[in-house]
Design a protein around this ligand. Structure first.
Ligand SMILES: Nc1ncnc2c1ncn2[C@@H]1O[C@H](COP(=O)(O)OP(=O)(O)OP(=O)(O)O)[C@@H](O)[C@H]1O
Length: 856
């Protein structure tokens, strides 16, 4: 993430995609996977039985999942049944409503009995038949099959797939080890874990006490390499940083107060975080300590889906610089280890309040990441259709399969320059810009769960992962970048050494001889008393000078020692390689040999998978090309078969389209619910603000301006400066409250409702008009979305309120009547007299201004 020299030419390399499927969790095992239908009680075991089709609806909004569950032919336990009806489309459809909160009544019982007798015995399923797990993994062919509850199963292929039995060691050896080796060779590398919440991203990246994750393994790998394979001629400098993206704020996890950081740079030259803390490490243990330190302050919390859910996206950056004494060239490899927060549905996680806000931000960032992946995949000339789909279709699975459409097949028309990649949409995509489509070798680990309950999320993750396969990066070795710390350190050491040499040389030089006593004048001998006094003064001054000189020398010596100490500490940071012929180094060497063998085995395994996939593909094509027909009938049969296949594929694709639409709708509904909840919260806060912020304060709010660099609102003279610097040309925006267009309206209503103040230029583009808001108007139109701005607007401290009540002074004890009469004259303290209606209309409150925005 630090600024480095950009490569000019590079070989394209696709993002490698690995899928890891975790085992069923204890909760999924014990509770079943759909609480909405697992209402313990009567064992109804109906399913899509022909001619009796039973749909079960739930009075809550979970109809979709219940239908899905039925289509899986899972036993449905219903304690409460009600309404049954015959549909009028010719088929008998009985809708059974499961109401969780109600005890079954006699009508329910009657319906239950009636339906039970109608259901053919063969269509009843026992608990053991339930396909709790819908994900099947075929590691030999790199394929993942997802059983579709409603239709055709789906198949995806990746660079590698791992089932629940695979441990992180295997994933590291087979996939990540070569990448870390490249980082040690001066390339940039990135490993990021993506997936639904609770699917094991943190487990994969950081690990657990029993199974160490990828990050600590990478630390040990780096240091094993430095200690063994590097020679004494190679100097290394290893440093690490740890940042998190929490609620769209980048926070430094290694600084004392988790300070907020700003991402700088531009899309063309790359983004970087200039102020993040960078710790120089001398061992794997030190790096692990830095990771633990950061994790202690990283945002995490409990949700219904994960006890320790990460609430932020975390990036651990390791920088390895190395310099060979012969060539004097410096190579800088950067390794980004990213543990993303998981996508989540509010209804499943039960998030509310702060968790809900976090979830909204997490999903927003992930959706931006998805958009970037899609845009890059569309841009890619790589067509993985045949290799991805055909190769495993015939051999891997039984039955008809829906072959996942490749990225290219989804391609819509795009310009010759390729579609725009929306890196700027979120800070996460800015941080990951180099890793996706830039100068980096990247591995995406898609974490999925096997439960049918999470079918939709699993499919979404697998689709994105499949798209990411098509992304092409341009990795190049980083040699002699401008900002190499190693060079800085070495220059500093050289400077200090030169300084010491100078000092030593000065010390060795003959010291200035003490001032010679002044020659005695050949005058007549002075009086004895006078001579003695002068002599004494001379001796004293010489002694004083001597003492001064000595203390000066002492000071110089201590300074030299200090400098030497500094050199030592700088040199300590630069680690040279091992070598030597002792027992320990032998052990290290044999470990290195072992690792290289493991690497070889992993490579062979990878090649095997690829070969297998290629053989499948070849067989498929050869079979179709060389098929000879003995008779016309045979040919007709064959062609009919192929036609059937094509029709089934077509149907599958159509079905997928419907599914995608449904998934999209569900997601939209989720977003709407989330938005409604957030708007509710915002309204509450605005209501509070309107009730308590005085008019003067509101005028101030109207003069606020958004500072893009600082990610914060600015007010008063700062806003004026911004206006002048930005060249808006409308000084009224920040000088007076007369122009309320920018700040007051940036976050509250539709663009169509705005009015224009004379003298204030509108932003030129539609995007600028909508997104510009306060900053856009004041500073000439750029800026982030209004939604984001509105948030820390409310974090500003309100102006102190003028007192509206007086301190209570107890009345003097008098007769009750006189007291009552006196109180009539006095204005009431509790309910002050209503103010006279002002001629000026009171400005609408922020709460009213919000209107019905975001609520459906
Ligand atoms: N492969 C696995 N083997 C055994 N347990 C696993 C595996 N993957 C995940 N788990 C367990 O599942 C639980 C959730 O995992 P984890 O916290 O890593 O999920 P996550 O994807 O990081 O979730 P979030 O996005 O909410 O942070 C943990 O208790 C973890 O131990």
């Amino acid at each position: 993430m630090e600024k480095s020299a950009r490569p000019r030419t590079a070989l394209n390399e696709c993002v490698k995609v690995v899928v890891r499927c975790r085992p069923l969790s204890a909760r999924e095992r014990s509770e079943g996977h759909d609480e909405s239908i697992r209402v313990v009680g009567m064992p109804i075991v109906y399913t899509t039985v022909d001619p009796l089709l039973i749909l079960i609806g739930v009075k809550t909004k979970k109809l979709h999942s219940v239908k899905a569950a039925l289509a899986y032919r899972r036993p449905v336990h219903c304690s409460e049944l009600s309404i049954g009806r015959d549909d009028d489309d010719g088929r008998k459809i009985h809708a059974v409503t499961v109401a969780k909160k109600r005890r079954p009544n006699r009508t329910d019982q009657k319906w239950y009995e009636r339906l039970s007798t109608k259901a053919p015995a063969g269509n009843q399923f026992s608990e053991s038949d339930m396909p709790l797990q819908v994900v099947r993994v075929c590691p030999e062919r790199g394929a993942v099959q997802v059983l579709n509850p409603k239709g055709q199963d789906k198949l995806f292929t990746y660079d590698a797939v791992y089932d629940a039995s695979a441990d992180t060691q295997t994933i590291y050896d087979e996939m990540v080890r070569p990448l870390v080796a490249s980082v040690l060779d001066g390339f940039n590398g990135c490993v990021f874990a993506y997936g639904q919440t609770g699917t094991g991203k943190t487990h994969t990246m950081e690990g657990s006490p029993d199974d160490e994750g990828i990050i600590p393994r990478a630390f040990r790998h780096i240091w094993a390499h430095i200690e063994t394979s590097a020679s004494r001629d190679v100097t290394h400098l290893v440093s690490c940083s740890y940042v998190e993206l929490y609620l769209e704020d980048v926070r430094d996890l290694l600084s004392k107060d988790c300070k907020k950081l700003t991402i700088r740079g531009q899309e063309l030259n790359g983004f970087y975080i200039p102020e993040m803390t960078s710790i120089v490490c001398k061992s794997a243990a030190e790096m692990a300590r830095a990771l633990r330190t950061g994790n202690r302050v990283r945002a995490s919390g409990r949700t219904d889906m994960n006890e320790h859910s990460s609430r932020s996206h975390a990036v651990f950056l390791v920088t390895v610089e190395s310099q060979h004494k012969d060539t004097n060239r410096i190579r800088v490899g950067k390794l980004n280890l990213v543990d993303l927060a998981g996508s989540e549905r509010q209804r499943k996680t039960g998030a509310g309040g702060e968790r809900l806000r976090e979830a909204a931000r997490i999903n927003q960032a992930l959706s931006s990441l998805g958009n970037v992946i899609s845009a890059l995949a569309e841009n890619s000339p790589h067509v993985p259709y045949r290799s991805a789909a055909l190769r495993t279709a015939r051999t891997c699975l039984t039955g008809q399969l829906l072959l996942e459409r490749p990225a290219r097949a989804l391609q819509v028309s795009c310009s010759s320059n390729g579609p725009h990649v929306p890196y700027r949409d979120s800070k996460l995509t800015r941080i990951l810009q180099d890793s996706l489509g830039g100068n980096s070798k990247t591995i995406m680990i898609a974490a999925v769960g096997p439960a049918s309950y999470n079918y939709d999320e699993t499919i979404t993750t697998l689709r994105y992962a499949h798209r990411a396969k098509a992304i092409k990066n341009k990795p190049i070795r980083n040699e002699d970048p401008k900002d190499a710390k190693l060079r800085e350190y070495q220059a500093e050491i050289e400077r200090l050494r030169a300084l010491i040499q100078q000092r030593r040389a000065a010390e060795r030089r003959p010291r200035r001889p003490p001032r010679a006593p002044a020659p005695r004048r050949p005058h007549p001998p002075p009086r004895p008393s006078r001579v003695t006094a002068e002599d004494t003064i001379d001796t004293e001054s010489i002694e004083n000078e001597h003492i001064l000189a000595e203390s000066f020398i002492e000071q110089e010596k201590s300074k030299t020692e200090e400098l030497e100490q500094q050199i030592r500490s700088l040199e300590e940071r630069l680690v040279s390689g091992g070598g030597g012929g002792d027992l320990l180094s032998d052990l290290r060497q044999s470990r290195a040999v072992l690792e290289s063998r493991q690497h070889e085995i992993a490579e062979r395994k990878k090649r095997e998978v690829e070969m297998q996939q290629r053989i499948d593909l070849e067989e498929e094509t050869t079979a179709s090309v060389t098929h000879t027909f003995a008779s016309l009938q045979q040919e007709v049969d064959h062609k009919t078969q192929r036609l059937k296949k094509c029709v089934s594929k077509y149907l599958c694709l159509r079905e997928e389209m419907v599914e995608l639409r449904e998934a999209h709708d569900a997601e939209r509904r989720d977003h709407e619910a989330l938005q409604a909840a957030l708007v509710g919260g915002l309204r509450r806060r605005l209501l509070l603000a309107d009730s308590f912020v005085p008019l003067a304060g509101r005028a101030l709010v109207a003069r606020l301006a958004w500072d893009e660099d600082q990610d914060a609102w600015r007010r008063g003279h700062e806003a004026l400066q911004a206006a002048l610097v930005g060249g808006c040309g409308a000084a009224c925006c920040s000088l007076t409250a007369s122009c309320r267009w920018p700040a007051a309206r940036s976050w509250r209503g539709s663009p169509g409702t705005r009015t224009r103040t004379p003298g204030c230029a509108r932003p030129k583009t539609a995007r600028g008009r909508w997104r510009g808001g306060a900053a856009g108007h004041v500073r000439g139109g750029g800026g982030g979305g209004p939604r984001r701005r509105a948030e820390n607007l409310l974090d500003l401290l309100p102006m102190p309120l003028p007192p509206t009540t007086r301190a209570y002074v107890p009345p003097p004890p008098r007769h009750t009547r006189s007291m009552e009469s006196s109180m009539k004259k006095e204005p009431s303290l509790e309910a002050p007299a209503p103010r006279k209606a002002s001629a000026r209309p009171r400005p609408g409150t922020a709460h009213h201004r919000l209107g019905t925005a975001g609520v459906r």
